[in-house]
Design a protein around this ligand. Sequence first.
Ligand code: GP9
Ligand code: MN
Length: 618
Amino acid sequence: MKWLVGRKLPLTWAAVLLLWIKTFIVYLANFHIDTENTLQNWILWMNPLSFLLFVLGLGQFWKKTENQMTYVVAISLILSLLLYANVVFYRFFNDYLTLPLLFQTNNFGDLGNSAWEEFQWYDFFIFTDVLLLFLIVKRKPSFISFQPFSTISRRAYFYVAASLLCLNLGLAETERPQLLTRTFDREALVKNIGIYYYDIYDILLQSKSSAQRALADSSELSDIENYIHANYAKPSDKWFGIAQRKNVIVISMESMQNFVINHKVNGQEITPFLNRLIKNSLYFDNFYHQTGQGKTSDSEFLLENSLYPLGRGAVFFTNSGNTYYSMAKKLKNSGYYTAAMHANNKSFWNRDIMYPALGYDRFYSADDYHITPENVINWGLKDIPFFDQSAKFLEELPNPFYAKLITLTNHHPFYYSPEDQKISEFTSNDGTVNRYFVTARYTDEAVERFLEKLKKNGLYDRSIIVLYGDHYGISQNHNEAMSQYLGREITPLEAVKLQKVPCIIHIPGMKKGMTIHEVAGQIDLRPTILHLLGIETKHDIQFGHDLLSRDHPDFVAFRDGSLVTDHYVYTRNQCYEQESGKLLDRQVCSRFSKTAQTELSYSDRIIYGDLLRFYKDK
Ligand code: GP9
Ligand code: MN
């Protein structure tokens, strides 16, 4: 240590150290990064370092010391803002930031209420080091050196940075082979290469996908078509066309998870109406949402196209210019009038651009609804007035029609007006979970009233009604309160099972309901609905299978590569036996995992390459 005495710490090093320590604290305090062994801990600990050395070291190329100082403070501020953006984003989405979503500025106004919940007074401390650097530059304390490095020191500095990067990548490769090619796994990326390289990587990916469209050609579609047609699930004669020429009313229920169905909180039923409805409907109790960062819009994308949403960003934003053969388009071609109803700002999730691309004739958005300060909660119009007003719109539509209605009240942060509270909150120290039950109950009642209205105006008997949950409402950040409610630990296996959402199909004339246990997901909705209406999908490019077909495989793949079959669950690189929860050899799941990877990559190729523009509708 003798050599240190009397030496000064160069400003660049001081900035690197401060940012490095801060980043690591943020890793521990804000991101839920699980490490399984010492090597992973080491990688996590070192991963911000080489990036910080490179970026801050570039300041050494400024000739003037003044410029160098400004550069160091400015870069620290920019990186701190980037880090903080990741923190706020993570709190909200339980995920790392991706560029396409960041630039969806249209969404940010509406995100206001929810995002506000995510700000904490102590967030200010994230910028302490920038303040400290600023003071250092202003006051010039004697223990800091402001001299530029000599040429030799500068060379040595960059050698150290480059060696650290190689070491980091080498260790990451042993820990997680093919890390950089497995783009869907953002957590592994951040864990191994660090949050800053991850953000750069995200920018590169974005540029790559823009280039992909330009380079794609029609021959890419034939492999995919062969795969899809070889796996086609033939509709069953019993169900095909059973609802021919009926109207289709799809209700996307915001944040409705399946664990509320037939369940109680404080001894009170959470969804008394849905529980009754499933007694005379088709009810799928092993049905999963498959959404990614695009949340509600991803579920709409799955419903319409039976393609997987993207691993990063919302496809409603990134690829709204593509050609699609959506369910809406297909129904339009069969003589249906098509409409979407959602009482939110029309540009949210880019719907005003994407809906015409999906073939909707009419989009009833916030502009069409009567919204007053009294009938609004959370993100917009309450579900009961929304359904009341939508019922009137439906009465005026030409028949047959396909209408999709999207509810909104049961949305994070699950606020409700006191007069709408029908059951008491759950009691835990997690307000989000406590309130969720009350707003879910409210949506249940809103659906009940809506269906009553449809009975009165005659549409009930002339329509099939499809209800499904769009995605989870309670993220894994709330595992503690959830495990308190469910009375069991939320293991990774349990976390996957919690991604089940209700799926209910009511067909007029069906006296007795049926509960179907097939393992399935939102990707299966398109072929199922079209087949019930008697519309063929044999030649379509779709990854889902008719839920009522004998050939429907018990299989659902998620955007992060996890999957569920009738016997197994594969998640976070582990293979579990579904019933017992026993950990199995990964080999057991590898066949299914390959199928999931194939489908996800085919689907991505279709979207990034805009391949459906080459598809000839048969
Ligand atoms: C916004 C609504 C909710 O219009 O669909 O969006 P979400 O945050 O659930 O994706
Ligand atoms: Mn939603």
